[in-house]
Ligand binder design. Structure first.
Ligand SMILES: Nc1ncnc2c1ncn2[C@@H]1O[C@H](COP(=O)(O)OP(=O)(O)OP(=O)(O)O)[C@@H](O)[C@H]1O
Ligand SMILES: [Mg+2]
Length: 163
């Protein structure tokens, strides 16, 4: 088990609007540029809010030809990036928060993997204190998505790079 220091440092939320999927993808590339080994990005928001679309954009920054399917049924899909492995995780079908242990996410962080986690609320108290929270929602217009972004712990100094 990873030792998780309770780190209550939180940024003020950053609100962004993505007018279309291309804008979401551009943000994904920006996010990819600041990722470091061991990072955790929590992608919350309702069905179709764009969590997978955003994760796909991050992965494609490193692997442009990857399909990046939703990990709804596999729960985890991994991808190779030059400095880390990306773990694209979807906890929607998780039955209990303790099942998160069985997915090997602690080991993934310890080994320097980067975790992009959809439905992070399913992980309950497991979520680490060093974390970027991106809460997506559907905006005014079918292709508009809003993002409320909050940085915790070691993400706080990196939030400005996402503006
Ligand atoms: N600006 C946008 N950003 C992202 N996706 C968009 C945008 N505009 C439209 N879309 C569409 O919204 C849908 C987002 O689906 P996606 O699978 O990414 O959602 P999700 O949040 O992962 O849902 P789920 O909870 O089912 O996993 C896609 O069909 C995508 O084409
Ligand atoms: Mg999804």
């Amino acid at each position: 088990m990873l030792a998780r220091m309770a780190d209550s440092r939180a940024s003020k939320p950053l609100s962004l609007v993505f007018d279309d999927e291309a804008a979401t993808a551009r943000f994904g590339a920006k996010l990819a540029a600041v990722l470091r080994p061991g990072d955790v990005v929590a992608l919350s928001g309702g069905l179709g809010s764009g969590k997978t679309a955003l994760a796909r954009a991050v992965v494609r920054t490193f692997q442009p030809d990857e399909e990046v399917p939703s990990p709804t049924f596999t729960l985890v899909q991994t991808y190779a990036a030059p400095r880390f492995q990306i773990w694209h995780v979807d906890l929607y079908r998780l039955n209990a928060a303790r099942e998160v242990q069985e997915l090997g996410l602690d080991e993934a962080i310890d080994e320097g993997g980067v975790l992009l986690i959809e439905w992070p609320e399913r992980a309950g108290a497991w979520l680490p204190g060093d974390r970027l929270d991106i809460a997506l929602s559907i905006g005014a217009g079918a292709s508009v998505r809003r993002a409320e972004i909050t940085a915790y712990g070691n993400w706080v100094p990196r939030l400005d790079a996402l503006r």
